[in-house]
Design a protein around this ligand. Structure first.
Ligand code: 8YV
Length: 331
């Protein structure tokens, strides 16, 4: 085993340069067609590979992990969120888990800001009018949106992405509020002029925009439940670039339909890739902006994520602690 290259099964097509480097370092089994692997194919990979490189689209649950062969030692997730993996089951099985934090922070924060702008200034509706050739000409009272500057933004989850969003939002004149498991250091609060809310309920009731930037864990599943969503006022908009499961999507949809909330910008969905007809109808009506999980979709971001995956595998296989180990305390 010492000189043998580890068998690394990669579940989806990765950037060419990353695949090429993986081919040099490892016995890499790539998925050049990018067809998502079936549960049976994933089980076969768990039985034969030393390392699995899954993505958000692969469900690595306890039943799958139970089928892992003894040689399987590392699940090196291509992605920051690890809610696609039963981490506790993996660790119990003696399989380490790594992720790719830090390198998609700025891109995801950009996309969050983009969604705030899109919803408030009706960017998608405007662009659609132009591509349809339907512009009747300028009018003083047509295609009006709402001013962003001076409004209150409540950030749910003040980690790396939440803080990167706060920096951007301040430049747009927004007032920063946040709720987090732990209060951030005073120096960060001072720099961002951020107001901490111990009570999520109370924060929700006072915000113009709420952005979800926390990970999806058992503790954050439906954190924005039907009960909590009711705290939002009718002019508020909700932005989600984290995970769909954090919001009760049915309850949110009902509130949007009933005009109990003004709009939403969603990059993630509770049952992705399925998106409900009701949400699509709301998007057609210009009430919500929907994106296909594009938060970290930049060439640079995906290359950096791949590089992190390689470093995690290489470090681990060389007998060292990989830089991005996922520990139970992080979940
Ligand atoms: C990734 C993400 O594209 O990293 C994450 O947690 O949500 C996305 O930006 C995806 O997870 C890749 O697996």
């Amino acid at each position: 085993m010492v000189n043998k290259k580890p068998l690394v099964v990669v579940t989806r097509k990765l950037p060419d340069a990353i695949e090429a480097r993986m081919g040099e370092l490892f016995e890499a089994q790539l998925n050049t067609s990018d067809t998502p692997m079936t549960p049976a194919e994933l089980a076969a990979a768990m039985k034969s590979a030393d390392v699995l490189v899954p993505t958000v689209t692969d469900r690595i649950d306890a039943a799958l992990i139970a089928q892992a062969g003894e040689q399987m030692r590392l699940i090196a997730n291509f992605g920051n969120g690890v809610d696609n993996i039963d981490v506790a089951a993996a660790l119990n099985h003696g399989i380490a888990v790594t992720n790719t934090p830090g390198v998609l922070t700025e891109d995801t924060a950009d996309m969050t800001m983009a969604l705030i702008l899109a919803v408030m200034r009706r960017l998608v509706e405007g662009a659609r009018i132009m591509t349809a050739g339907d512009w009747p000409g300028w009018s003083p009272t047509w295609m009006l949106g709402h001013r962003i500057s001076g409004k209150r933004l409540g950030i749910l989850g003040m980690g790396r992405i939440g803080q990167a969003l706060a920096h951007r939002a301040r430049a747009f004149g927004l007032q920063i509020h946040y709720h987090n498991r732990r209060r951030v250091p005073p120096a960060v609060e001072t720099e961002l002029e951020a107001t901490y809310w111990d009570s999520l309920d109370q924060m929700l009731a006072r915000m113009d925009f709420v952005s979800i930037n926390c990970p999806h864990t058992p503790a954050t599943y439906h954190l924005l439940s039907a009960r909590r969503l009711k705290y939002l006022h009718p002019e508020a908009i909700l932005i989600n670039t984290a995970r769909g499961e954090i919001v009760d999507e049915n309850a949110l949809t009902r509130m949007l339909e009933a005009d109990e909330i003004a709009g939403a910008g969603l990059d993630v969905f509770e049952h992705a890739p399925a998106v409900s007809d009701k949400l699509i109808a709301l998007a057609k009506a210009g009430k919500v902006t929907l994106l296909p999980h594009m938060g970290s979709a930049t060439f640079e971001g995906r290359a950096d994520m791949g590089e992190k995956v390689i470093i995690n595998i290489k470090t681990f296989m060389d007998g060292h602690r990989p830089p991005d180990r996922v520990l139970p305390s992080m979940l």
